[in-house]
Ligand binder design. Structure first.
Ligand code: HEC
Ligand code: HEC
Length: 307
């Protein structure tokens, strides 16, 4: 057992070293323009990260596929078409996933020049893929920097078939206590990303969406409320360790993510950038206020009658 752990640890270490080597030997095509870490947050959700309201309807390229039945805001997110592992249909959003679109991964951007990548984002290569129209040139610089320098092969941190983290959970526990529990609590349940009825905690995301969790640990959340490990100088093996520990924490909604083929499952975490809950919340608040007015009026009437 101990030997197996040792072997898998060395395998992970070797893999990580080779990623580092590949990263270090990227062809020099001039300095990287843009803020790559901010680019990671924009990749997560450009509408939230840039504080822009979502365009109406679906992204034009969304109509080129009919396997992923989602609609609306989520279709505008880079992640929904290209995946949290940047591999598109070749990665975790493959044919067996309800997120499958058949759209390509982004590996070509690694080692490409700034202009080659930018040509994909500003509509030069495909007018339907023009994000300059919706965002800013500074945002696209950041995205370009992210795509060129920050993509990693997540298979080195996460077993692609089981979704289990390949890190050391015991070491991860120490890191979690030091770097995460201040906000998320020792049990991971202080911040709820779901709803009252179906709470989603760190463990729910770590188990059901490990690729997303790695991306979020590395770049923080689009709101900027959570720090980016890439800015703290963490190694990727540290990220794998903390993910492994997060997968051992108690879950809020253990069913979340169990129905990968069911896009209508009630536990979808597509809340970011989704303003519907806010609108319903506002309605609910108005209803409460109106109801209390009504109640007061009724009470006044009955007390008057009683006198
Ligand atoms: C609605 C789905 C969709 C969304 C949203 C989307 N893309 Fe794409 N993307 C595509 C498709 C489809 C292609 C291939 C287009 C083609 O071949 O003309 C593509 C191509 C690319 C490429 C070139 C890939 C290659 O082969 O080298 C890059 C880079 C890219 N997208 C980045 C992004 C980024 C960054 C975002 C978020 C700002 C984004 N995409 C959002 C669907 C999408
Ligand atoms: C300074 C506070 C803070 C720290 C430190 C922090 N987080 Fe977060 N995290 C948040 C907040 C707040 C959110 C909710 C989203 C938002 O408002 O940005 C969040 C969201 C998340 C999410 C859900 C993201 C999603 O896509 O829905 C995960 C998973 C997560 N954190 C894991 C971690 C882990 C693991 C660590 C330690 C490495 C950590 N967080 C450290 C504040 C923090």
């Amino acid at each position: 057992m101990k030997r197996a752990i040792q072997i898998s640890f060395f395998a992970l270490l070797t893999c990580l070293l080779s990623v580092a080597a590949v990263r270090g030997s990227l062809p020099e095509k001039g300095p990287v323009e843009g803020d790559a870490v901010n680019g990671g947050r924009i990749y997560n959700n450009w509408m939230l990260a840039l504080d822009l309201s979502p365009p109406a309807g679906e992204h034009p390229l969304w109509l080129d596929q009919d396997s992923n039945p989602r609609s609306g805001v989520v279709t505008w997110r880079c992640t929904e078409c290209h995946g949290w592992d940047y591999k598109g249909a070749e990665g975790s959003y493959n044919e067996s996933s309800s997120h499958y679109t058949g759209f390509p991964g982004l590996g070509n951007s690694i080692g490409s020049s700034h202009d080659q990548v930018m040509a994909w984002l500003d509509g030069t290569n495909n007018p339907d893929h023009n994000f300059l129209f919706y965002t800013t040139s500074v945002a696209l610089e950041d995205l370009t920097a992210f795509l060129r320098t920050q993509q990693i092969d997540m298979d080195l941190l996460i077993d692609p078939t089981t979704g289990k983290a390949l890190g050391d959970w015991e070491r991860g526990g120490l890191i979690y206590t030091e770097s995460c529990s201040g906000c998320h609590g020792a049990g991971g349940a202080t911040v709820n990303f779901g709803s009252q009825a179906n709470p989603l905690f760190v463990a729910d995301l770590a188990e059901a969406e490990p690729w997303r969790t790695v991306h979020v640990i590395r770049f923080g959340t689009p709101s900027g409320h959570m720090p980016a490990s890439e800015e703290l100088g963490w190694s990727l093996s540290r990220v794998a360790d903390v993910l492994a520990y997060a997968q051992t924490l108690p879950r809020g909604t253990p069913e979340y993510g169990l129905q990968p083929g069911d896009p209508t499952d009630p536990f979808q975490v597509e809340r970011q950038g989704d303003i519907q809950p806010i609108i319903w919340g506002a309605f609910a608040m108005m209803a409460v206020v109106l109801a209390s007015f009504g109640w007061d009026a009724l009470k006044n009437r009955s007390t008057r009658r009683a006198k």
